[in-house]
Design a protein around this ligand. Structure first.
Ligand code: PLP
Length: 455
């Protein structure tokens, strides 16, 4: 089979079950089979080259492909000590935890797992356990926001505000309550910022009161909704939201699975907004997906709550993820952070993010571009049938635009069966090493594809 693309394609079609793909769509053309990459360049098994403006499909390979120093660090750690459960410490874990929290004032404890979903599950379990430790055993509900995604496992999916991702997978875990999204372009209250008085935050206060503050333990948000349509809330949204949480003794969880580790131009997405969460979860960008690793980072206060012994039960966090003890994940994460720092990549994220957003806003003059949103290198283009009605372009058309770009060698993402009737956003999130020339290529390809498909 070696070096025989057709044989690999046939074996893929025979045995591989792809994520998020309707396999009927592969009939005739076969799957894309990727073999190597360097920077933003990705090559498939047929030698076709792509400029990857998705960072690995789902906002992951932030420092770009082909980073030998990460591969070497992983190799060396695997030789020295591949694994011992995280019941023990290991050198890269300790170094990584210390380095990570140095970027997160107010937080100090790092709990390891392997995926974004798991990191969020840990946060929920901490809050549920805390309810017992603090003596208020009902304070367990978690609020989540419409359009946000928090993962694939049933707890994380139960707390996800995307109906199409949830369809067929119920019944869901009890104890999760949805509140309205913060997308101004489609304001849930039909208002216009700044005259809206932040009704979207007021709704949270109302819901907590209705549920009973004594039953609500936490609230989870993506700092900038990613897969649900790239939605950066307005500047004062999070200070207001954090105040509501504080008033009701509700812990604020920031799901930084996409934004974390620099994607939006600050190390953490919430750092744009002047708030300090109680719990932060991160995954994809932690090691730029060179290794699977995720973290749940907490305040010292939360951690020390687990040192007390409420009666006859020991109050430690009775939880483990076996592979959270894979030391080489932390080695990869350390190298990833070193690359970001040494190459001043956050400066590039901010500069290139501004350049990309300005270019997309130019495209905003086209009749079917309804809205352009983003921060740093996390950008979205919302396509509509016409600007006046804002009627979302059907998902099929968006798929055609993205497919046309891929055929021309540029990979971009899109909302994928997430929100009924609103899978009309194209996502652009290249690696942090992106240049102006790369962005020009992306913008030209997007304009050409939209013109061809939409006229
Ligand atoms: N949280 C957010 C914001 C995500 O975008 C994702 C995945 O896309 C997750 C959580 C779940 O992460 P994972 O797929 O690693 O479980």
């Amino acid at each position: 089979m070696k070096h025989d693309p057709a044989a690999y394609a046939a074996a893929d079609m025979a045995h591989v079950w792809h994520h998020l793909v309707q396999h009927q769509a592969l009939a005739g053309k076969g799957p894309m089979i990727v073999v190597e990459g360097e920077g933003l360049k990705l090559r498939d098994i047929n030698g076709k080259e792509y400029l990857d403006a998705t960072s690995g499909g789902v906002w992951c390979v932030n420092v770009g492909y082909g980073r030998e120093r990460i591969a070497k660090a992983v190799y060396e750690q695997l030789r020295a000590m591949p694994y011992y459960a995280a019941t023990a410490g290991n050198i890269p874990y300790i170094e990584f935890a210390r380095k990570l929290v140095s970027h997160m004032p107010g937080l100090s404890r790092v709990y390891l797992s392997n995926s974004g979903s798991e990191a969020n599950e840990k946060a929920y379990k901490m809050i549920r356990a805390l309810a017992h430790i603090s003596g208020n055993t009902t304070k367990k509900k978690i609020l989540f926001r419409a359009r946000d995604y928090h993962g694939t496992t049933l707890g994380a999916l139960s707390s996800t505000g995307q109906a199409e991702r949830k369809e067929w997978f119920g019944p869901f875990v009890p104890g999760f309550v949805e509140f309205p999204h913060a997308c101004c372009y489609r304001c849930a209250f039909g208002k216009t910022y700044p005259g809206c008085d932040l009704d979207c935050v007021k709704a949270v206060d109302r819901i907590i009161r209705e549920e009973g503050p004594e039953t609500v333990g936490g609230l989870i948000v993506e700092p900038i909704t990613a897969g649900g349509g790239v939605i950066p809330p307005v500047a004062e949204y999070y200070t207001e939201l954090a105040a509501v949480c504080r008033n009701h003794g509700v812990l604020l969880i920031m799901d930084e699975v996409v934004c974390g580790m620099g994607r939006t131009g600050t190390m953490l997405g919430y750092q744009h907004y002047g708030v300090t969460p109680d719990i932060v979860t991160m995954a994809k960008g932690v090691a730029s997906a060179y290794m699977p690793i995720s973290v749940t980072v907490t305040t010292e206060d939360l951690f020390t709550s687990f040192l007390h012994d409420p009666g006859d039960k020991l109050a430690y966090f009775r939880d483990i993820s076996t592979y959270g003890g894979c030391a080489a994940g932390c080695s990869a994460a350390l190298e990833n952070m070193a690359i970001i720092e040494e190459e001043n990549l956050l400066d590039n994220v901010r500069a290139m993010g501004d350049y990309l957003l300005a270019g997309l806003k130019e495209l905003g003059k086209l009749p079917y571009v309804g809205d352009v949103r983003g921060k740093g290198l996390l950008c979205g283009v919302e396509l509509v049938e016409d600007k006046a009605s804002r009627k979302p372009l059907p998902e099929g058309k968006v798929i055609q635009v993205v497919g046309e770009m891929a055929a021309n060698g540029v990979l971009v993402g899109r909302t994928n069966r997430s929100l009924p009737g609103h899978n009309n956003i194209i996502n652009i999130a290249p690696a942090y090493v992106v240049t102006r020339d790369d962005i020009d290529v992306i913008l030209r390809a997007l304009r050409a594809a939209m013109t061809k498909v939409l006229g």
